[in-house]
Design a protein around this ligand. Structure first.
Ligand code: SAH
Length: 218
């Protein structure tokens, strides 16, 4: 496939300098990030910077996450490849595509319609058939297709959304998300065992806030 070679050298460099150098070791995550063309997901105006070590604006006050943060969160989920995954905060769709490569199926919820539409178009042009994007409020999750083996949240709530905890698989379902007010967020991993949630704090982070309700942007 043509896209596999397109700007490949920049991806190899991105993974080497930004990701393996900072300790991410999961082979499947590294391989997916060497393969997937991140520049397809970045707005045209920032294409030159698509492999830079930073988040980038994607419009509507939102950002595509820094490559390292995406790698770290994916590694923290320890996916085997068989999982049904829920993503909250599609944004550019870059992480959605990686999840499509690393899990069996992914459904992603985005509250800003134009971002969801754009991401869905890119995923379909790349041939992803196991990644679905839905316009909705991530605070509600998607009870119709729950439970999920894994949930990954890309915007920060200040508390664990109860619906997401309920929709995690009871025996060992795992959720990664940033949590806290701006300037004081931590990335946490939540593992469900029956009605118990084990919460591990992984690192300090800075994400856009998770906002309740749909956006009225068209
Ligand atoms: N992983 C994405 C991150 C995008 S930024 C990427 O790398 O492109 C976070 C996204 O979460 C934004 O697009 C924002 O609109 C979305 N978001 C915020 N609150 C949300 C909510 N309650 N439900 C769904 N999406 C939400």
């Amino acid at each position: 496939m043509e896209y596999l070679e397109n700007r490949k050298a920049e991806r190899l460099e991105m993974v080497r300098r930004q990701i393996t150098a900072r300790g991410v070791r999961n082979r499947k995550v590294l391989s997916a990030m060497r393969t997937l063309p991140r520049h397809y997901f970045v707005p045209e105006a920032y294409s030159e910077c698509a492999y830079d070590d930073c988040p980038l604006p994607i419009g509507f006050g939102q950002t595509i996450s820094q490559p390292f943060m995406v790698a770290y969160m994916l590694e923290a989920l320890s996916l085997s490849g068989a999982e049904k995954v829920l993503e909250v905060g599609t944004g550019s769709g870059y992480q959605t595509a990686l999840l499509g490569m690393l899990a069996s199926e992914v459904t992603s919820i985005e509250r800003i319609t134009p971002l969801a539409v754009r991401a869905a178009r890119i995923l379909s042009s790349l041939g992803f058939e196991n990644a679905k994007i839905i316009v909705g409020d991530g605070f509600e999750g998607l009870s119709e297709i729950a439970p999920f083996d894994a949930i990954i949240v890309s915007a920060a709530p200040t508390f664990i959304p109860p619906a997401l905890a309920e929709q995690l698989r009871e025996d060992g379902g795992c959720m990664i998300m940033p949590m806290g007010a701006f300037g004081a967020q931590s990335l946490v991993r939540i593992t469900r065992s029956g009605d118990d949630l084990m919460i591990e704090r992984l690192m300090d982070v800075a994400f856009v806030p998770m906002i309740q309700g749909l956006s009225d942007l068209e």
